[in-house]
Write a protein that binds this ligand. Structure first.
Ligand SMILES: *Cc1c(COP(=O)(O)O)cnc(C)c1O
Length: 236
């Protein structure tokens, strides 16, 4: 697809998502300026990331280290030096990937166990960078999707807060398949309140994807992770 044509498609996707954000904010009296849109670009080329950056998107999400690492380098080669993107790692993470992820990630949304806290802290120290951390909560205790149980969230948040090179941002969750998104995200908001009772600065809530970002906003999300609604369908 020609560059100009792709730019128009991304601009239209961005406009639609921004309209949904504004409408959902309006319905609950929130200010859209409180919401950070993370464009999840997995499966899409670095040229798309560069176009999104030119359209004003500042936050990019990826869910696999290998793809992300290559893409960050390719995007940096395309963009001029003044364009500073924030990279968010949102996928399930293994301890042996932490060193690589710490090489490019400004934020990790998927920290769900103590081992990962330690590995990421060590990696961040080696890379001399601070990393923002979201504690991922499992809202249905299905281990395949990752996440710590709501009961253990505060304990894990305490561990992140104690880590030298990590900044506890808040909590993250994916709504369970087939669940009512509003009630799932309301549960996440409860966990967020428990975490904030101990860590007042950890106010962020990463929730909401293409299909359920409206519900997430109604339930207090501060960070949306949106892929297909912006970029189109991923090829399988
Ligand atoms: C892919 C992905 C998203 C974005 O999903 P869409 O449905 O394409 O918006 C959000 N969060 C995580 C963790 C993902 O892996």
């Amino acid at each position: 697809m020609a560059d100009a044509e792709r730019r128009d498609a991304l601009r239209a996707g961005l406009q639609q998502v921004r309209t949904r954000i504004a409408t959902a904010c309006d319905s609950v009296g929130r200010d859209p300026a409180e919401i950070r849109l993370v464009a999840v670009t997995k499966g899409f080329p670095p040229t798309d990331v560069a176009l999104l950056a030119q359209l004003g998107v500042a936050d990019i999400g990826e869910n696999r280290d290998q793809e992300a690492r290559a893409k960050v380098a390719q995007v940096n080669a395309i963009l001029d030096r003044d364009t500073r993107l924030r990279w968010h790692f949102v996928g399930q993470l293994q301890t042996n990937k932490c060193r690589s992820v710490a090489g490019y990630a400004d934020a990790v949304h998927s920290v769900d166990r103590a081992q990962l806290v330690a590995a990421l802290d060590t990696a961040a120290h080696r890379r001399a960078r601070r990393i923002e951390v979201f504690v991922q909560i499992s809202l249905d205790d299905d281990p395949s999707r990752g996440g710590v149980s709501a009961d253990d969230a505060v304990l894990l948040a305490d561990q992140v807060a104690l880590a030298d090179e990590l900044d506890l941002a808040g909590v993250m969750a994916v709504a369970p398949m087939g669940s009512d998104a509003d009630s799932a995200f309301a549960q996440l908001r409860d966990v967020s309140e428990q975490v904030r009772a101990h860590h007042p600065s950890a106010w962020a809530i990463s929730a909401g994807m293409s299909d359920d970002l409206d519900a997430a906003i109604r339930q207090g999300a501060t960070h949306l992770r949106v892929g297909s609604a912006l970029l189109g369908r991923r090829s399988p």
